[in-house]
Design a protein around this ligand. Structure first.
Ligand code: ARG
Length: 246
């Protein structure tokens, strides 16, 4: 079918440059997750995730714009169209796959237990009767629910992982279960607190992916294309080394 004459659409006709530049995908990121995603002094979202996604977008031929977005409710922003993708160290899980689609994985992680100075906690099993801090709705929350029971009042939920770790440092919880990279970063940056970490063999490997609205195959294809390219040409390895060493 023919498009109506351009006189019907003066606004579009007047914006050839914007049309040529193409769509800018809105990215939702909970930027309280160093070294993966945090805010710099100019309030820009920086870190491993930003470096990886910016490189993926460049190689995949699309544009992204980051928006700091609270973790709680972050996936609803895909469903309601506020965000086109979520780049926030999101673990790919079977449950989440029912309500959103994921790119290929771009990072391997696992849960770590952080404990305070002098703690007797030595393994996951020791958490059974302890107060355990988690970030609400994360895979850390899920792992602890499995061990302690979903409604156990000893599970203390926080809106960010740093807040949970801060509470551990203050002695308000006995342990925190969260993604390894973030726990290591916090412990190393707060040496005086004397927190230590336990890597329990019962915790499974996790993989981070970029999440999009269910059915957005076009964006998944672009993301996967970019991911494959940055893995093949060494860009990914360079970014990885910048944050985590070679
Ligand atoms: N990987 C974990 C999950 O998917 C935690 C991610 C939290 N990310 C964040 N930016 N707060 O549940």
């Amino acid at each position: 079918q023919e498009q109506p004459a351009s006189a019907d659409k003066p606004a579009d006709a007047a914006k050839p440059a914007a049309a040529a530049a193409g769509k800018v995908y809105k990215v939702g990121t909970d930027a309280a997750y160093a070294p993966f995603e945090s805010l710099n002094e100019q309030k820009q979202i920086v870190g491993f995730t930003a470096d990886v996604l910016n490189a993926v977008a460049e190689k995949g031929g699309f544009k992204v714009e980051f928006h700091n977005t609270p973790w709680e409710g972050i996936f609803q922003t895909l469903a309601n169209g506020d965000r086109d993708l979520v780049a926030s160290s999101v673990t790919i899980t079977d449950e989440r796959k029912q309500t959103m689609d994921f790119s290929e994985p771009y990072f391997e992680a696992k849960q770590l237990i952080a404990v305070g100075k002098g703690s007797k906690i030595a393994k996951a099993d020791d958490l059974k009767d302890k107060k355990v801090g988690v970030q609400t709705g994360t895979t850390g929350d899920e792992v602890v629910q499995k061990m302690l029971g979903k409604t156990n009042p000893n599970i203390k939920r926080f809106e960010s992982t740093p807040l949970a770790l801060q509470e551990l440092q203050n002695g308000g919880v006995d342990a925190v279960v969260a993604d390894n990279g973030v726990v290591i970063n916090f412990v190393n940056n707060n040496k005086a607190a004397g927190l230590s970490m336990i890597d329990d063999p019962s915790f499974a490997k996790e993989f981070y992916g970029f999440a999009v609205k269910k059915g957005n195959a076009e964006l998944i294809a672009k993301l996967n294309d970019g991911i494959a390219k940055i893995k093949a040409d060494g860009t990914y390895d360079k970014i990885y080394a910048k944050y985590f060493g070679a």
